[in-house]
Design a protein. Structure first.
Length: 729
């Protein structure tokens, strides 16, 4: 049956076991004195009123609830078991306390260990376990149910929460080893101090209700699931492992201080800044995103996977080394700061936050509105990257390269539809190629590589005499080139390709090209000269100089009809001249300058019309094979190889005019189905080999020889064919 004991202001003492052989009914003890259970209790329920003190020195077992209205002191490590257990006042003592409520609630409404540290607290319940303030040796809750932390929990030993935890009133959780095996939620702040022990979160934090702030410290910290906080997060430890996604809202920052290793194994999505403090190593396997807030690292950083840093127009700063290993590394920010070596074997990309932000490369000032990549910062980039890209392909701004720079890996500097201004010399050592891509490229200094390519894509304006030298790498320029300065394209044993007009708006002073193979697609204009030293050259445009010489050594292939004009400078061809794809015309005007052909013309690819409008002496040291040939020379004409003119089976025309000199030629041949005309005029004399203009089927061509002096020819054959007449001689 039930038992009610009313002690009023006196004590109620149970020195013996209650319900030893059989559980009694509901047990109620009312006293403002001391109620003492010195032995075990076995009852349907147990209730003590408010006021006074209850001493529990033995196990208490009830089939129903246990409610302690007054302050409770414990001894002898009691085990309380019931449907629900409620402490409405403080719990004191130095022994252990175990509360088993099965599916009911365990509620500590008062402080636990308020005046002295309680022993080990163990609560087993699939209902709700609620703590206010706790001071104990350890705290353990089982899996299942929920634990509410409404006040500070301090232990000298471990705390292990097996069930889901909810927090309120900004609790501070302190202990030697702290483990949360399920979720942690609540709209308040949470501080977790692991002292010299570990802190482990095995469940998600803030997955249902984000904390307003989270502060974690300990020796080793492991967050094995996602963390969501509507505010700031601070983490301090020797070793920190973040395996789940970490998210902050409400301008929440993440500040991490580590003396050992920091392993970020998943993405950080932050509404505030990210700061890593301390000299410990940082291993990154997740992306870091902020909302236009800074990202900074103090310790050495290593990328274990490809990582994206997204921070808008804020600053990303690396206070120590940065190793990308084999992973690509892209940094997009308003400012990028390096204070230690940057290494890797993948692709490195450094770019401003917006297309409209200027870039200063190789400067000394790190505090401008531009993306400043100072010379000292670029010197931290170690040899080994597969490529380096600086700038944006969609840029509309200006890239300024203000000082001399040396790169050790292939580098591309991008200006998009904006401008690149090169004021310092770029040097590519080791395997470094150099590429500049922009709508406008202002070259005020040169570029040198060690047997690696140079590529310029954009309209080029020369501000000084410029030397582009590769020592054996290719040079490729796609775009027009202008400026009254010398341009030296020296590829040595490499190739040179220029796709665009040269000097079309502002002629160059001199253009020099040195290469194994050169290809120029566009017109060329220079004031003082044009020189190509190459095994072979393809020409797809006209060349104009202002009294400057034109010198082309090696084989010349015409991909289009070409006009070469010097206004008085000499024109010299050091190699053969041929047409490519189809017969091409070549028109030459040297004014009073000489023209020299040192090798066959049209030997493997016949030229169409070759016309020399004006020249001094004209010399051809080998054969000429064209559809027609016209030479007008103010000096002498010396053709030391045979000349053949034919077109589609018919003879072409040959016209040699030297009104102030003499003509010296070998064989002149315009024979064909229908012969072509041959005209030779000279002031002094005409000397030639065989002159042949016969027609095999039609008329023979006319032969006109008109010198003041002597004519010496081996023979003239102007006969007509079977259906034609002979030509006039």
């Amino acid at each position: 049956s039930d038992l009610t004991v009313n002690g009023t202001t006196g004590d109620v003492t149970f020195n013996g076991a209650v319900g030893r052989s059989k559980a009694i009914g509901n047990l109620t003890a009312n006293s403002t004195g001391t109620t003492a259970f010195n032995q075990t209790v076995n009852a349907a329920s147990l209730t003590t009123d408010a006021g006074g003190t209850t001493q529990v020195k033995g196990n208490v077992t009830t089939t129903g609830s246990q409610t302690y209205g007054d302050a409770v002191t414990i001894a002898n490590n009691p085990i309380l078991a019931g449907d629900s257990i409620t402490f409405n006042n403080t719990v004191e003592g130095t022994s252990d306390l175990t509360a088993n409520a099965v599916s009911g609630n365990v509620t500590f409404n008062g402080a636990v260990g308020n005046t002295a540290t309680l022993g080990n607290i163990t609560v087993n319940s699939t209902g709700t376990t609620a703590f206010n303030a706790v001071n104990a040796a350890s705290v353990t809750t089982n899996a299942g149910g929920t634990t509410q932390l409404n006040g500070n929990v301090t232990t000298t030993g471990s705390q292990t929460y097996g069930d889901a935890v909810t927090v309120a009133n900004n609790p501070i959780i302190s202990g030697d080893n702290l483990t949360f095996n399920d979720t942690v939620n609540g709209s308040s702040e949470l501080t977790v101090n692991g002292d010299t022990g570990n802190v482990t979160f095995n469940g998600a934090v803030g997955n249902a209700n984000s904390l307003s702030k989270l502060q974690i410290s300990g020796k080793n910290i492991n967050a094995n699931s996602a963390i969501n906080v509507a505010g700031n997060i601070g983490i301090s430890a020797d070793t920190i492992n973040l395996q789940g996604t970490l998210t902050t809202t409400n301008n929440g920052t993440l500040i991490i201080s580590n003396t050992g290793n920091l392993n970020i194994l998943n993405n950080l999505n932050l509404d505030g800044a990210f700061n890593q403090n301390g000299a410990g190593n940082v291993a990154l396997s997740g992306n870091i995103t902020t909302t236009n807030d800074n990202i900074s690292f103090s310790g050495p950083v290593t990328l274990n996977t490809p990582v994206n840093f997204t921070l808008g127009d804020a600053t990303i700063a690396f206070g120590s080394s940065l190793s990308a290993a084999s992973n690509p590394l892209t940094l997009t920010a308003g400012e990028i700061d390096f204070s230690g070596n940057v290494s890797g074997t993948g692709a490195l990309r450094l770019q401003p936050a917006t297309a409209g932000q200027n870039i200063v490369v190789g400067g000394t000032n790190n505090n401008t509105s531009a993306l400043d990549l100072t010379g000292s910062e670029l010197n931290f980039i170690q040899n080994g990257f597969s490529s380096i890209a600086i700038g944006r392909s969609d840029s509309t701004a200006k890239v300024s390269i203000s000082n001399n720079l040396t790169f050790l890996d292939p580098v591309t500097i991008q200006g998009g539809t904006g401008t690149i201004a090169l004021d310092g010399t770029l040097t590519g050592n080791d395997n470094s190629s150099i590429a500049l891509n922009a709508s406008t490229i202002n070259l005020n200094s040169g570029i040198n590589t060690n047997k690696n390519p140079i590529a310029l894509n954009g309209t080029i304006q020369l501000g000084n005499d410029i030397n582009l030298s590769t020592g054996g790498g290719d040079i490729k320029i796609v775009g027009a080139i202008d400026g009254n300065h010398l341009l030296n394209l020296d590829a040595a044993t490499g190739n040179v390709l220029v796709q665009g007009n040269i000097g079309g708006t502002a002629p160059l002073s001199v253009l020099n090209v040195t290469a194994k193979q050169a290809e120029l697609i566009g017109n060329i204009a220079s004031n003082s000269g044009f020189n190509i030293a190459a095994d072979s050259t393809k020409l797809g445009g006209n060349i104009t100089t202002n009294n400057g010489n034109i010198n082309i050594s090696g084989v010349l292939g015409l991909t289009k009809d070409a006009i070469l004009s010097t206004g008085g400078g000499n024109i010299a061809f050091g190699g053969a001249i041929d047409s490519i794809d189809a017969a091409r015309s070549l028109n030459l005007d040297a004014g009073s300058g000489s023209i020299t052909f040192s090798a066959p013309v049209g030997a493997t690819g016949q030229l169409a019309n070759v016309a020399i409008k004006n020249a001094g002496d004209v010399t051809a040291n080998s054969t000429i094979n064209v559809q027609s040939l016209q030479i007008n020379s103010a000096g002498n004409i010396n053709l030391l190889g045979n000349v053949t003119a034919s077109n589609a089976g018919n003879g072409g025309t040959i016209e040699l005019l030297s009104p102030q000199g003499k003509v010296n030629a070998q064989d002149l041949n315009t024979a064909g189905n229908t012969g072509g005309n041959i005209t030779v005029k000279a002031l002094n004399s005409i000397t030639a080999g065989q002159i042949t203009s016969f027609g095999t089927a039609g008329n023979g061509g006319n032969v006109f020889l008109d010198p003041i002096g002597d004519i010496q020819v081996k023979s003239i054959n102007a006969q007509g064919g079977t259906g034609g007449t002979g030509g006039n001689v």
